[in-house]
Design a protein. Structure first.
Length: 187
């Protein structure tokens, strides 16, 4: 039988310094005392984001294929984006990003159904992404940022789940969103 879980030691942040400020994140250096020892930890602040599982009337899911510089490759993902300001409701962000990236839109932000919230990288970043489901989509036009190149295609949910398990789809928000949606459909 395993021993009782040991309680973690106390961690005290003594100081936080801004090391870098970019266009979508801020990198800090945190000076902490952890278990009686001094340490320096990196911390990345992100204002948050939203993603959407866009469901067509036939049940297929709209996905976006786009280039991701950090990976130096194209990825297949749910439509998503960062909030325009820290206080922007994530449902409004999701509503906007769905229309901008896919050219399809929900009837209103209220028509989006909250699915799940994820913390993307808990070891060093505070980014949270709220994931919504959009149904009864209306046609519109894509409004991409000048540096975006996005292709939109519809897929069967079973195909997307297979692509997760084959390793083709590895983006965290997409894996979480599609998996949560698939589980919810099978209740």
């Amino acid at each position: 039988m395993a021993d009782a879980a040991r309680e973690p030691g106390k961690v005290i942040r003594k100081k936080r310094e801004l090391a870098y400020e970019g266009t979508i994140l801020k990198v800090y250096r945190d000076f902490v005392e952890a278990n009686g020892r001094e340490a320096v930890w990196d911390y990345i602040h992100h204002d948050g984001a939203a993603a959407v599982v866009p469901v067509l009337p036939d049940g297929r899911i709209l996905m976006v294929r786009q280039y991701r510089n950090a990976l130096d490759r194209f990825t297949l993902e749910l439509p998503a984006g960062k909030v325009d300001s820290p206080d922007e409701p994530r449902v409004l962000c999701a509503f906007r990003e769905l229309a901008e990236e896919t050219g399809m839109q929900a009837k209103s932000p209220e028509a989006l159904e909250f699915l799940i919230r994820i913390d993307t990288t808990v070891a060093f970043c505070d980014e949270e992404i709220d994931i919504f489901v959009a149904r009864e989509l209306l046609p519109g036009e894509q409004h991409l940022d000048p540096d975006e190149e996005i292709a939109v295609q519809a897929y069967e949910l079973s195909d997307l789940i297979a692509r997760i398990y084959s390793g083709e789809i590895r983006d965290g928000k997409t894996v979480a969103g599609l998996t949560a949606y698939a589980l919810k459909q099978n209740r």
